[in-house]
Design a binder for this molecule. Sequence first.
Ligand SMILES: Nc1ncnc2c1ncn2[C@@H]1O[C@H](COP(=O)(O)OP(=O)(O)OP(=O)(O)O)[C@@H](O)[C@H]1O
Length: 254
Amino acid sequence: MLELTRVSKWFGGLPALQAVSFRLDPGRVTALIGPNGAGKSTLINCVSGVDRAGEGAIRLDGRSIATLPAHQIAALGIARTFQNLKLFDRLSVLDNVLAGLTVTAERSFIRSMLRLPTLRHQERRLRLRGLQALDDFGLTEKSAWPAGALAYGEKKRVEMARAFVSDPRLVLLDEPVAGLNTIETARIARHIRRQRSAGHTMLLVEHDMELVMDVADHVVVLDSGRCIASGPPAAIRSNPLVLEAYLGRMEATA
Ligand SMILES: Nc1ncnc2c1ncn2[C@@H]1O[C@H](COP(=O)(O)OP(=O)(O)OP(=O)(O)O)[C@@H](O)[C@H]1O
């Protein structure tokens, strides 16, 4: 699946990632945690092609993706959500989700130029997939609503539906429960578990430790751009380095 080897990234001479190495196993939820500024967003930006790693290798099933543009990485099956929602507010919820299928649609467009009935069939098929994804995330009744009219928690779920609609090989979830109340958070946790049961592989960046300990199979900890620990949630919870670098710091500010 995805393998990072000594990935580094600098911003104006300051290191954001320093020789970070880890591997994602298929069908599992790997959580990436660490205090503010640890490099989590930078890392998923590098994996999704939003940003480019300065050094090191990022491989998807052995193929180097570190220098590919974001749309090619998406076409290889890596989808993501964004910490700050990136929805088209005036488009319907369904159209927002269908935007996650543009790669597939584009490919079939040329073929369907020649055979119009195939195009109509494709459109119906894609629409059904969109509706299925909305159903998976409990949004069926809102499919025709403009995305901008939804509550914040619903918008977070639209982002997730859009990421999963293409049945990607890997989904990067950037703080999916940030700003959500406990009921909405529990709902997202259920969705993550359900997607894992369906065989999806996820990298979860999250500050909510309860969620991480609840849904993650494996946890990777970053601190100041370095990977300081990795292992199962229970081991991470009691790792002194982690307590010092992350959880301890949180307690200190609580
Ligand atoms: N575009 C940028 N230009 C300059 N510095 C940046 C940029 N993006 C991130 N950084 C710096 O890189 C470091 C890592 O930031 P990053 O946002 O990846 O951390 P994070 O772990 O995601 O933090 P948070 O939990 O607050 O989102 C920080 O020191 C940050 O200030």
